[in-house]
Structure formats: C-alpha cells, structure tokens
Design a protein around this ligand. Structure first.
Ligand code: ZN
Length: 101
C-alpha cells in the first residue's frame, strides 16, 4: 500500500459540512457552526459550546497543512481536511456551481 495525500472532488452537502467544520487559524480553531473560538483540533473533537462533533477541518495557512495531516494520522483523529477556498466559494451567496465561475 502506498499512502499519499491527494485532493478529491466530491459532491457534498455543504450544510452538513459547515455544521461539523472547524476552521483553523494559526494555532487555534473556530467552530463554523456556532463561531466559538480558541478550539484545539486535537483536544476538542466536540465543540464545547454547541456540542457538534467535528468531522472536517480547514485552514487558509498552507504551511500548517502537513503538520495538521501528520497530527490527524498520529492521533487517529476523525477528520477530513478540506480546501478552504473551495468551502468559501461554495458557501458564498451565489453558491450554485460557484466553484466553476
Ligand atoms: Zn460550536
């Protein structure tokens, strides 16, 4: 088995993703569901404020991505890492196929 990281195109339910998404900015994360800040994706697999369980992570800091992926693997964390720009584009007001405009 050759283990590698690749970015996959997949049709998703954006509401479901946003409900279970943590947005990582530098060190700390924010719950995309209730906007709670100061979260740690290793310790907080659930949001302490709204109780949602996190399944997805995203960050705009590309330098952090290898570290985050390594941590997910080492700690066996339940996350899928998303491309932030894709999520932002899909979340924008003109959501319909906005990735392709
Ligand atoms: Zn929350």
């Amino acid at each position: 088995m050759i283990e590698s990281y690749i970015r996959i195109w997949k049709q998703v339910d954006l509401k479901e993703i946003t409900k279970h998404l943590m947005i990582i900015d530098d060190i700390y994360g924010m719950c995309a569901n209730c906007k709670e800040i100061g979260l740690n994706f290793v310790k907080n697999t659930k949001c302490p404020k709204c109780g949602t369980n996190f399944l997805y992570l995203t960050t705009k800091n590309y330098k952090e991505i290898p570290k985050i992926l390594k941590r997910i693997q080492l700690e066996n964390l339940p996350y899928t890492l998303l491309e932030k720009e894709d999520w932002e584009k899909a979340s924008s007001k003109n959501a319909l196929n906005s990735l392709f405009q």
